[in-house]
Design a protein around this ligand. Structure first.
Ligand code: SF4
Ligand code: MG
Length: 328
């Protein structure tokens, strides 16, 4: 709720603060148990920062993160240690996230040790089990990270998150560093694991095509703001926000008979240290109106279960009572 992360910009010989980057600028959303919430947006939109701030891998500047009724941002170090068992993360780069000097046995045993799970033998057994679960032979526990391919290393990254049996996993672009031929395998694995263990994912990607199949709902971020959030189905059927519409038009259409209008956005993403006034998208929006330059559009429910921040829908309101969101 109201999540913010601002990074100071320092300058001059005294390294005084001369400005700030509003990486995440007042973002609010819910995540339901057992769902996959995709978050998409171009690089620098604040999606990874949001994911890391939820787990307090970076401290949020403001806002609340409520998990099981408790605000994670107010937890003590000890409370956080316990909480980390429930909330894990898979990083983008499997090369950088595994210590090259440690055997897989140690890398995967570490989270168990931190959480005081089992004896040495029991931990070794759990490591072998989890390796099998992510599709690697258990005896590979005695190998080093460099003995695995990129896709295998990401399987190990997934195993490391999964081994403490968390409920929520933030998946921060888990396939973007992998060869396209490997991406589908890893996505399928993650989808199977999600179903098998009833996991909740916040699945971050810069590309809609990556989150399309795995997500129940999708949120779209632009310049530190959530601009649209709805079910997968709604988003593809009827994207409301002009930014989402432009992202949609960039997704390749596999059916050559269906012609697609492609919206090319003008200009670059503005700097998050100096975001535009009013609607942050107004400098590139094909539908921009006068008021967009001065008035910040409210992120609100425009249709049932369909949130967006755009003045095009100022007249519309959800008359129906918001139905509780249920997973199909
Ligand atoms: Fe475009 Fe205005 Fe909507 Fe922003 S508020 S997305 S500028 S129409
Ligand atoms: Mg990122």
């Amino acid at each position: 709720k109201g999540l913010k992360k601002f990074f100071p910009i320092k300058g001059g010989i005294l390294a005084k603060q001369v400005g700030e980057v509003k990486a995440v600028n007042d973002v609010s959303f819910d995540v339901y148990e057992g769902e996959v919430l995709g978050i998409v947006g171009e690089s620098g939109c604040g999606k990874s920062t949001t994911g890391k701030a939820l787990l307090r891998l970076i401290e949020p500047t403001a806002g609340e993160v409520i998990f099981d009724g408790k605000d994670v941002t107010k937890m003590s170090t000890e409370e956080m240690r316990v909480m980390r068992r429930h909330m894990q993360i898979i990083f983008q780069d499997p090369y950088a996230s595994l210590n090259p000097r440690h055997k897989i046995e140690k890398i995967l045993g570490e989270p168990l040790l931190v959480h005081g799970v089992g004896t040495k033998e029991e931990r070794r057994k759990k490591v072998e089990e989890i390796l099998e679960i992510v599709g690697l032979p258990g005896e590979h526990a005695s190998r080093y990270p460099h003995q695995f391919s990129g896709g295998q290393r990401q399987r190990i990254g997934i195993a490391r998150a999964l081994i403490v049996r968390p409920r929520l996993i933030v998946c921060d672009e888990p396939v973007s560093a992998l060869d396209v031929s490997i991406q589908a395998q890893i996505l399928n694995l993650m989808e199977d694991l999600q179903e098998q263990f009833g996991l909740t994912y916040i699945f971050i990607a810069h590309d809609l095509s990556v989150v399309k199949h795995i997500s129940h709902r999708i949120g779209v971020m632009y310049l530190g703001k959530m601009v649209e959030l709805t079910t997968n189905e709604n988003l593809y059927k009827e994207p409301l926000h002009p930014y989402t519409q432009s992202l949609m038009s960039a997704v390749p259409e596999p059916d050559p008979d269906k012609k697609k209008e492609r919206t090319i956005l003008k200009g670059d993403v503005p700097s998050p240290s100096n975001p535009p006034s009013g609607c942050p998208f107004h400098t590139r929006c094909p539908a921009v109106m006068d008021m967009c330059k001065t008035v910040v559009p409210e992120f609100r429910e425009i249709k049932v279960n369909h949130f967006a921040a755009c003045h095009l829908y100022d007249e519309e309101s959800t008359q129906e009572q918001t139905a509780d969101y249920h997973l199909q």
